[in-house]
Design a protein around this ligand. Structure first.
Ligand SMILES: *Cc1c(COP(=O)(O)O)cnc(C)c1O
Length: 406
């Protein structure tokens, strides 16, 4: 059974310049005007459908944006050169010097570092709270708060945000709710649950081939237009523009997103269940033991499963490192950061992608040093993969040690 998000995506259809089934790729940085008047109107933002300069927009970027807006059920979408390019543009568009942000404490390391360190330049402060507690979120809101920020399924701890509840709270205080949906495309549609702006790092599942970085902001036409305003748009002025060639290749990869998400989730659920049976400390939103399981069930598009990410805590960083090296040696996947690849990727977030977060805070949020984050691949026979993984764990005495809950 499909879901509305996938149906909308299915119905997006392009006709190329010469009738090609793929739209032509725009290969220009600048565009001609047949009359000087149209050029000045375009600078004032008054001419729909006119291109000006490729940092503002390009036909290829608009095509990709159209597909992403369909995916997230928003009016429109702007694509960017990276997920961070999207995130930083949104934040700097919505916040002025001296403002305040309420953010989830379990977020992508780069986003955390941007809020905590970089925004000091503008005296913008962030309260990092446990966003699964509405009370904690409400308590953190001040007169200067300009947004509530969270990830639908968080990195790396896989906390699940109750988006409808957070949206209700945000509306009470007239604040926009910004949701990074990188971990759960198709599975969760934050826009239909009340999120005002939905962000993705396209680098991950949506592109799916680990060959580029890119990002997107999905939102209202007003907001997306403001981001590319020639006088005051954060994205236009900071310039994290996606190249048209890349936009075209991402659009083509997106066409298999629904098939890939189902397979990633099917494989991840199988492994999570097996690891749990083995007595290992595994975290996966598809397990009844996961704290976000009920929230996930309430808001997910069930056809796409519980996502491709799971974490395993093997006790110590030393063991985690040995296991990852051995798994890579057995060609089970790569000891690499990032996610959404066809091969399984694994890393120890405490010492890599979340290393921006101080050790103390890592501990407080449950980010143990023996934690391995897995982005499960598209393996055709996951039962075979499991057998090889289990053999690796046996070889390293991970299954017979204190890691196993009796
Ligand atoms: C990777 C990632 C980002 C950053 O995206 P880039 O494309 O690397 O800039 C932001 N949020 C989440 C949840 C991510 O996983």
């Amino acid at each position: 059974m499909s879901h509305k998000a996938a149906d909308r995506l299915q119905d997006v259809q392009y006709f190329g310049e010469f009738g090609g089934v793929n739209p032509s790729i725009s290969d220009s940085s600048t565009y001609t005007f047949m009359s000087a008047k149209t050029m000045s109107d375009t600078f004032e933002g008054n001419t729909e459908g006119c291109y000006l300069y490729s940092r503002h927009s390009t036909p290829s970027n608009l095509y990709l944006g159209e597909a992403l807006a369909a995916l997230e059920s928003t009016e429109t979408a702007n694509v960017y050169a990276s997920g961070m390019g999207a995130i930083t543009s949104v934040i700097l568009q919505l916040c002025d010097a001296g403002d305040h942000i309420v953010s989830s404490r379990t977020i992508y390391g780069g986003t955390y570092a941007f809020m905590k360190n970089f925004l000091k330049k503008f005296n913008i402060k962030t309260s990092f709270v446990d966003t699964t507690s509405l009370e904690a979120v409400e308590k953190a809101i001040t007169a200067n708060t300009k947004m509530i920020y969270c990830e639908a399924v968080s990195n790396p701890l896989l906390e699940v945000a109750d988006i409808a509840a957070l949206s209700k709270l945000a509306k009470k205080y007239k604040l926009p709710l910004i949701v990074d949906n990188t971990f759960s495309p198709l599975a969760i549609t934050p826009g239909t649950l009340g999120a005002d702006v939905v962000i993705h790092s396209l680098t991950k599942f949506i592109n799916g081939t680990s060959d580029c970085v890119a990002g997107v902001v999905c939102g209202t036409t007003d907001f997306c237009t403001s981001l590319k305003d020639v006088n005051s748009g954060a994205a236009m002025l900071l310039g994290s523009t996606l190249d048209s060639l890349r936009a075209a290749s991402i659009l083509k990869n997106m066409r298999t997103l629904h098939i890939r998400m189902k397979k990633h989730a099917e494989n991840a659920l199988y492994l999570a269940q097996k690891f749990q049976e083995d007595g290992l400390t595994v975290s996966y939103p598809g397990l009844a033991s996961h704290p976000g399981h009920k929230t996930m069930n309430k808001q997910m598009n069930s056809a796409y499963g519980y996502g491709g990410l799971l974490t395993l805590n093997v006790g110590t960083l030393e063991k985690a490192n040995s296991l990852m090296e051995l798994m890579q040696h057995k060609n089970l996947g790569y000891l690499a950061v990032s996610l959404g690849f066809y091969k399984t990727l694994f890393s120890a977030p405490g010492s890599s992608t979340s290393s921006e977060i101080p050790m103390e805070e890592q501990k407080e949020m449950g980010l143990g040093e023996g934690l391995i984050r897995f982005s499960i691949g598209l393996d055709d026979d996951i039962t075979r993969t499991y057998k090889i993984m289990k053999a690796c764990m046996e070889e390293l005495n991970i299954l017979t040690s204190e890691n196993v809950i009796a």
